[in-house]
Design a protein around this ligand. Structure first.
Ligand SMILES: NC(=O)N[C@@H](O)C(=O)O
Ligand code: NI
Length: 162
């Protein structure tokens, strides 16, 4: 069993796995005559393979219990997958770098602060969406279309908070 403590999410720590989506940490510029501040190009959307197309969906998820027992990590080889909270929900993230094997030493757990979204780059191993405390509503941007886009591997991971 791999026991992990969830660390506060930062762009630097998450870099091997994808992007942190956060208006506080992004360069931005005024548009619409100054009425709007554009937080531009926050994450790299990857749509790979023939016939792929971007999907915009909404996930309404029930909360997970902590400690969180994770028995499977999955990856999407044909595209990225972004989760953006719509009401300040915090969520747990368990990830491992892209690659055909999962090295237990490379597995990381993070907790968001409610203001952050994330974008898993294509191939990043991750636990499925795990919202904390109460039902959560998330905007999800990922890849649709033909082709196999979800590999799973069994794992034994227990995630606690700090
Ligand atoms: N299955 C699905 O659309 N969601 C998962 O990929 C997930 O990461 O939650
Ligand atoms: Ni996924």
């Amino acid at each position: 069993m791999l026991n992990l403590k969830a660390q506060p999410l930062t762009p630097e720590a998450f870099e091997p796995f994808g992007d942190v989506i956060d208006s506080r940490s992004a360069n931005s510029f005024p548009i619409n005559g100054g009425r709007t501040q554009r937080y531009h190009d926050l994450a790299s959307v990857e749509i790979l393979g023939d016939g792929g197309r971007p999907l915009i969906s909404i996930f309404v998820s029930q909360p997970v219990q902590v400690p969180l027992a994770v028995d499977c990590l999955e990856r999407h080889p044909l595209g990225s997958q972004a989760f953006i909270p719509l009401h300040g929900e915090q969520f747990l993230i368990v990830v491992a770098p892209p690659g055909d094997a999962i090295d237990p030493q490379s597995v990381r757990a993070f907790i968001t602060d409610g203001h952050q979204g994330i974008n898993y780059r294509a191939g990043t191993w991750h636990a499925v969406h795990s919202v904390l405390d109460h039902e959560g509503e998330f905007l999800v941007v990922d890849r649709g279309g033909p082709g196999h886009n979800c590999d799973e591997k069994p794992v034994e991971i227990l995630v606690n908070l700090e």
